[in-house]
Ligand binder design. Structure first.
Ligand SMILES: Cc1ncc(C[n+]2csc(CCO)c2C)c(N)n1
Length: 151
C-alpha cells in the first residue's frame, strides 16, 4: 500500500517529539521499528485508513481531531499537577504547550472548514468517525495499561 505522505509525517512528528523519551528509556531505533502495533493500535489505524478511503478527507480529519483535542486537554490538566517523574512531566508539558494548543485549534478549524460545504449525510459520517476515535482513544490507554499483545 502506498503511504499517505501526510499521515506518514504525522507519525514522524510524534516520533521526533518522543526522541528524548526513547533515549532515556534506552529504546533503540531498531527496537522501535521492530515493535509491531498491538491489536487496539492496529484497529485504530485501520479505522483512520478506512475513514479516508470510504468517506474522504473530511471524515479522516474528524477522526483525527480527538487525537489532538484529548491529548491537549489531558496535557493541560496533568501538567499542572507536577509529576515527580520528569519524563511524565515532559510528556504532559509537550501536550500542554502553546504550540500544541495551537495545532489543536488548527485541527479544529480544518474540520470546520472541511465540513462547511458538506451535507447532513457527510456531517453524520464525520460525527461517526469522531465518536469512534474517542472510543479508540480511551481503549489506547487501556491497551498500554494492560500491555496488550497479540496472543
Ligand atoms: C492514541 C494517541 N492519540 C493521540 C496521540 C497524540 N498524537 C499523536 S499524533 C498527533 C498529531 C501530531 O503530533 C497527536 C496529537 C498519541 N500519541 N496517541
Amino acid at each position: 500500500m502506498t503511504k499517505n505522505p501526510n499521515l506518514t509525517s504525522l507519525g514522524e512528528g510524534e516520533d521526533l517529539a518522543r526522541q528524548r523519551l526513547h533515549t532515556e528509556l534506552k529504546l533503540s531505533a531498531v527496537e522501535l521499528a521492530a515493535t509491531k502495533p498491538a491489536p487496539t493500535n492496529y484497529a485504530y489505524q485501520t479505522h483512520m485508513a478506512y475513514q479516508n478511503q470510504a468517506h474522504g478527507k473530511a471524515a479522516l480529519a474528524a477522526g483525527l481531531l480527538p487525537c489532538y483535542w484529548l491529548y491537549n486537554e489531558v496535557g493541560r490538566r496533568l501538567a499542572q499537577k507536577h509529576s515527580p517523574n520528569p519524563l511524565y512531566q515532559e510528556f504532559f508539558d509537550s501536550y500542554a504547550s502553546d504550540d500544541f494548543s495551537s495545532s489543536t485549534n488548527q485541527m479544529r478549524a480544518i474540520v470546520d472548514e472541511l465540513a462547511a460545504p458538506l451535507d447532513e449525510a457527510a456531517h453524520e459520517q464525520m460525527r461517526q468517525a469522531f465518536v469512534k476515535s474517542c472510543y479508540y482513544e480511551e481503549q489506547f490507554w487501556q491497551m498500554a495499561y494492560e500491555q496488550q499483545r497479540w496472543h
